[in-house]
Write a protein that binds this ligand. Structure first.
Ligand SMILES: NC(=O)c1ccc[n+]([C@@H]2O[C@H](COP(=O)([O-])OP(=O)(O)OC[C@H]3O[C@@H](n4cnc5c(N)ncnc54)[C@H](O)[C@@H]3O)[C@@H](O)[C@H]2O)c1
Length: 328
């Protein structure tokens, strides 16, 4: 298939692009590099530097290539920032997605794979999280993801768009061969932050809240390996059908606490990784982990990385070899 990938120079996008290229697809990456890295883009993919807000540029790329499908990773994703600067999030995550959908409608491209998030559920009523639980986002970031899912439903009815929304849990790890990995600036995710302590780049890791109703008192999350995400995107784009709206949780089905992640990182890196306990952050649900049964049944997908230690090992290999990320 000829696949347009916006945000393909970012963390999750770059791993997915590699998987698509390896599976024989012809990929065009479109990215403004505001958070992505040119070096992360698979050399076999075509790269176009451009912004989703630039409708004329998008139109030109679609006019030339005649894509079978589009994949959309380009968004801002810092939950805390979204609370302070909500319009920045509505602009990039929603208004710019509208541009892309309008371009797709104009060019008759009817397959769309969307990076959604478990943030659409907010504070879940029960665990593990199944897809039909109520969607009650508790921050602007989660709202923008849900708003796009609504646009996808309306577009299916109105002009036959087929879509697969993949609601990721915590994307983690790096390519098994160490070629690409996570490089966000500023870094906001637990595993790379913990590994930055092991590299001597931070004095300690903050643990936000030790009084949650979880076995060790710290928050529990579902850490899904970025290469497992890559495989779900391949399956989704190959299975997506015009007019059909699909949405899936993408997680391992297991939760790990903050303390467990730090302990695993100490074991893997051999570094003491001092932890500093601080009060809870507002808006952090105690536990979030997926029930990935729906994705397994529809696509036969199984995560290869079930043990978070294996995931952290791949992340460590990347961070150890690239302490300054793609600048190394
Ligand atoms: N990382 C996670 O744990 C996680 C979890 C759930 C959902 N998601 C979603 O997955 C997607 C990818 O996340 P990520 O961690 O790879 O983020 P990232 O910041 O590494 O990648 C996003 C990419 O999109 C590009 N981009 C952003 N706005 C753009 C625009 N207007 N025009 C062109 N390019 C633009 C950036 O330069 C970057 O390369 C996001 O939509 C995010 O909301 C991520």
């Amino acid at each position: 298939m000829k696949i347009f990938v916006v945000g393909g120079a970012g963390y999750v996008g770059s791993h997915c692009v590699r998987r698509l290229v390896a599976a024989g697809h012809e990929v065009t990456v479109y990215d403004n590099l505001c958070a992505g890295h040119r070096a992360a883009v698979d050399p076999k993919a075509t790269f176009v530097e451009g912004d989703l807000s630039d409708a004329a540029s998008l139109d030109g790329v679609f006019e030339e290539a005649r894509f079978d499908a589009a994949m959309h990773f380009a968004a801002f994703l810092n939950v805390g920032e979204s609370v302070h600067e909500p319009l920045k999030y509505w602009h990039n995550n929603v208004a710019n997605t509208l541009n892309l959908l309008q371009c797709m409608a104009a060019h008759g491209v009817k397959r769309f794979i969307f990076s959604s998030s478990c943030a659409v559920y907010g504070e879940p009523e029960k665990l593990p999280i199944v897809e039909d639980l109520p969607k009650n986002p508790i921050n602007p970031y989660g709202n923008t993801k849900l708003a796009v899912e609504w646009m996808l439903q309306h577009s299916a009815v109105a002009w036959g768009l087929g879509s697969v929304a993949l609601r990721y849990f915590n994307a983690s790890g790096a390519a098994a061969d160490g070629r690409i990995g996570e490089d966000h600036d500023p870094e906001i995710h637990l595993i790379p932050l913990v590994l930055q302590v092991a590299l001597g780049q931070r004095p300690s890791i903050k643990v936000f809240g030790t009084d949650y109703p979880t076995p060790d008192g710290t928050c529990i999350r579902d850490y899904i390996h970025v290469e497992d995400l890559g495989e779900t995107h391949r399956l989704a784009v190959e299975g997506c059908q015009p007019g059909v709206v699909e949405a899936y949780n993408v997680g391992t089905g297991n939760g790990n606490s903050v303390r467990e992640i730090i302990a695993a990182a100490r074991e893997i890196t051999g570094h003491a990784i001092p932890a500093v306990e601080t009060p809870r952050r507002p808006g952090d649900p105690a536990s979030l982990y997926a029930d990935p049964t729906k994705l397994r049944k529809r696509y036969g997908w199984e995560p290869k990385y079930r043990d978070v230690k294996k995931t952290i090992e791949t992340a460590w290999r990347w961070h150890h070899a690239h302490p300054r990320g793609y600048d190394d």
